[in-house]
Design a protein around this ligand. Structure first.
Ligand code: SF4
Length: 279
């Protein structure tokens, strides 16, 4: 008997074979050009945006199929003018987290455009890589540390949930990790709201000789939708020297989402089988 897709997805999520969160790469351009960027994003990168109608259709499919959360990433999502309303719409469907460098949140932008998020299950995850401005700015650009700390204060003042994401190439540096934890705690971010992850050797990180090598079994298995198709993980649709890495693309078709989910489940089985053979 053919098992319905919703049931197969529910089983995969319950078994931790794939994550409950569906990710959108809303765009690829960014106001920064971080040294280790997975997507080699920058102000000069092609925008490659998912349009609102496509995101809406996929979000509705995701709810029907049984996903339980959304993630938004890029590029810098807030380079798009329509992002506050888009995030609010996603947040009305499911709890949503948005990864952002946090450098575009002026007082005016927060008070005029982002307060609509305060009453929704939406969290903005701001990038802070170090307690020390020079260390953070070395990877992300001058002034970005100051800008993101100011943004944290503004978001909290307006009742908008803000988390912190840290990307480091020296995760073993206990003192540096403790200093950063103390810093973000002073800004009201503690516990699971501070996410720390290593630099992955993909995208621009390879060129900069940074990060740890990772195969599909090493990155989070969370279906990720881009203008170029559906991928295995938010760490999959990387760009190096202008070329998209399609090795972890599970499907070129993104709508209806059923096609991509079915392909994701099959890809997951292949990864599991491959891992077993290597073990
Ligand atoms: S890492 Fe994030 S903030 Fe930095 S260039 Fe890439 S997309 Fe932009």
């Amino acid at each position: 008997m053919l098992v319905p897709l919703t049931e197969r997805l529910a089983i995969a999520i319950a078994n931790d074979a794939i994550g409950e969160r569906l990710w959108f790469y809303t765009n690829y351009h960014c106001n920064l050009s971080c040294t280790y960027c997975l997507t080699s994003s920058s102000p000069k990168a092609k925008k490659r945006e998912l349009n609102v109608a496509t995101i809406r259709a996929i979000a509705q499919d995701a709810v029907r199929l049984g996903f339980r959360a959304f993630g938004v990433t890029g590029g810098e999502p807030f380079m798009r003018r329509d992002m506050p309303e888009l995030v609010a719409e996603l947040g009305r469907y499911l709890p949503t987290v948005v990864l952002t460098n946090g450098t575009l949140f002026t007082e005016r932008f927060v008070s005029e455009r982002l307060t609509q998020l305060a009453s929704l299950p939406v969290a903005l995850q701001l990038s802070i890589d170090s307690a020390y401005p020079d260390e953070h700015d070395r990877f992300r650009g001058p002034g970005s540390h100051d800008a993101v700390l100011s943004a944290l204060v503004r978001l909290h003042a307006h009742g908008i949930r803000a988390r912190v994401g840290t990307t480091r190439d020296d995760e073993e540096d206990v003192a540096a990790a403790a200093s950063l934890r103390q810093l973000v705690a002073r800004y009201g971010v503690t516990g699971n709201d501070h996410v720390v992850r290593p630099i992955v050797a993909r995208g621009a990180a390879v060129v900069a000789k940074l990060g740890i090598p990772a195969g599909p079994e090493d990155v989070p298995a969370e279906l990720t939708i881009t203008i170029d198709g559906a991928f295995w993980s938010p760490a999959s649709p990387t760009v190096r020297s202008g070329r998209l890495d399609t090795r972890e693309r599970v499907s070129r078709i993104i709508t209806p989402l059923d096609v991509a989910v079915d392909a994701m489940l099959r890809y997951g089985n292949e990864v599991t089988e491959r891992t077993k053979r290597v073990a």
